[in-house]
Design a protein around this ligand. Structure first.
Ligand code: SF4
Length: 494
């Protein structure tokens, strides 16, 4: 070659790398620029680094060292970076530090661009969640329940020691019994000291002496450690020591059909036409609790909520229905037993155990049991969900169940049958059922698996992104932002 070829000519006109370049060129990166202090040596342009990272995630190159190599060997990366060669440290610093709290804004801008060009519609979204493994060791776990049990054991033993001391040193030990229900390191140390003083010069059982010595040496430090761990746990029940933000979650079965408990994050996405319109990362494994935070973030990002949301039964809770209704969003959200209910309605089976098959008189606020006897309201039970949401259950009680010929097939309770009914939830479910069975509802339900589940299939199976590279919630959010951007731009390119 007499003259060096131009890289520009070597890139095909519709190659995805051109899409990445075009789209990132159009966005406003001021939030990222604000993260640069100014002064010092000149830095690589953030738009270039952003393009390199997005194209890296699009080409399944996630590690900064591999990206550094690609920038020297791969013509697409070389063209994208304008022959710039940032090293892995620069790439990593940009990804982890500069993009903290701002990548979501960049993502939102890209989605808005795609909405303007008709690739995506923000008014109708399909929402679902999946678990993605954290970059953490699955054997370095901390369990909240184990800490709770150990603390309870410690408190019980301390109480026993106190009782023993009261017996042995009656005269010297007329002290008020401490509260052993909420022990802390200081209180334990002081209690042990008091016991020590009281038992001085007293004939003490050898085992008690040993236990007291052990308690003095270990318990205050152990309690301090438990308190520290509980602070990290927050409202969760577990975490991994290698990534303390990751919670142990049940992942999908492996190829040997083994259910797997691994540290991970709960990823929630909303899609339209298989393009991700919003993503959020959660530390709790249940989808029900993620719905409201996910859509609050959506509203913050786009200053609007979708007109309709379609989701599976994992999201059908009273609190979520109330939220959608209050925000005037049409929710095509299934609830537990929606399909079972439809099957029963078709087969017309009459299971007398099922509360839904009992007749209810709204005027008299009375249920009628299968024998036609009235079940009067006897009280109300309030329950609080894991989210802290208050639910109210009305209780109705039957009469004379012990003489009833239907007793065996009707219920398994000891006395007369008591049923608990959440009227508010039933009303919301009835409205949801109506929407789900409407023409629009059926259309959206059919579309949901092809829309949002296909995106998970692409990310996890086709691209092989099943485990995060980075550690910590903030960094994992950034990584997911790149996965989502890369997915969307690849979709546009095809
Ligand atoms: S067992 Fe009790 S609730 Fe059931 S049908 Fe008989 S009387 Fe009614």
């Amino acid at each position: 070659m007499l003259l060096p070829p131009s890289l520009e000519e070597m890139i095909e006109p519709h190659h995805p790398v051109r899409v990445v370049h075009q789209v990132i060129e159009q966005i406003d990166i001021q939030p990222i620029l604000n993260k640069y202090k100014g002064g010092g040596t000149s830095s690589y342009h953030p738009k270039m680094l952003l393009k390199v990272l997005v194209y890296g995630y699009l080409s399944n190159i996630y590690s900064s060292r591999k990206l550094e190599s690609a920038l020297k060997e791969n013509i697409h990366f070389m063209w994208l970076a304008g022959m710039g060669k940032p090293d892995h440290n620069t790439i990593n610093r940009f990804r982890s530090d500069r993009l903290k709290d701002v990548l979501k804004t960049v993502f939102g801008q890209v989605v808005m661009l795609l909405a303007e060009s008709g690739h995506v519609d923000l008014k109708e979204v399909y929402t679902d969640g999946t678990k993605i493994e954290a970059n953490a060791n699955k054997y370095t776990f901390v369990w909240g329940n184990a800490i709770k049990t150990n603390k309870e054991k410690m408190a019980k033993q301390l109480e026993e020691l106190w009782a023993y001391t009261q017996q042995v040193a009656k005269e010297e030990f007329e002290q008020q019994v401490p509260d052993f229900t909420a022990i802390d390191p200081n209180q334990v140390a002081q209690t042990i000291e008091k016991i020590d003083v009281a038992l001085q010069d007293k004939p003490v059982n050898k085992k008690v002496k040993q236990k007291l010595n052990y308690a003095r040496r270990h318990w205050p430090a152990k309690l301090a450690e438990y308190e520290q761990k509980q602070a990290i746990l927050g409202e969760r029940n577990s975490y991994s020591k290698t990534d303390t933000d990751a919670t142990f979650m049940r992942m999908k079965d492996d190829h040997m059909q083994n259910g797997q408990l691994k540290p991970g994050y709960n990823l929630q996405i909303s899609t339209n036409k298989q393009i991700i319109t919003h993503y959020s990362i959660h530390q709790k494994p249940t989808d029900t609790t993620t719905f409201i935070p996910h859509f609050k973030e959506f509203k913050k990002l786009y200053n609007q909520l979708p007109e309709s949301i379609t989701a599976d039964a994992g999201y059908g809770s009273e609190q979520n229905y109330e939220y959608a209704q209050a925000e005037q969003v049409t929710g095509y959200i299934k609830y537990n037993y929606f399909h079972k209910e439809q099957k029963q309605a078709k087969s017309k089976t009459d299971n007398i155990k099922d509360i839904n098959n009992l007749h209810y008189s709204k005027e008299q606020d009375t249920y009628y049991c299968p024998m036609g006897q009235p079940m009067k309201r006897v009280g109300t039970k309030n329950r609080t969900t894991a989210n802290g949401y208050q639910q109210s259950y009305a209780q109705y009680k039957a009469k004379n169940c012990h003489n009833c010929p239907l007793r065996g097939s009707c219920h398994g309770q000891k006395g007369d049958r008591i049923i608990e009914v959440n009227h508010r939830l039933n009303q919301l479910k009835a409205k949801a059922r109506e929407r789900l069975l409407s023409e629009q509802g059926i259309k959206h339900r059919k579309q949901r698996p092809c829309d949002v589940e296909a995106v998970f299939g692409n990310i996890k199976q086709n691209k092989g992104f099943k485990r995060f590279m980075l550690r910590g919630l903030e960094k994992v959010e950034i990584e997911m932002g790149f996965v989502a951007l890369a997915h969307n731009l690849a979709k546009v390119a095809t």
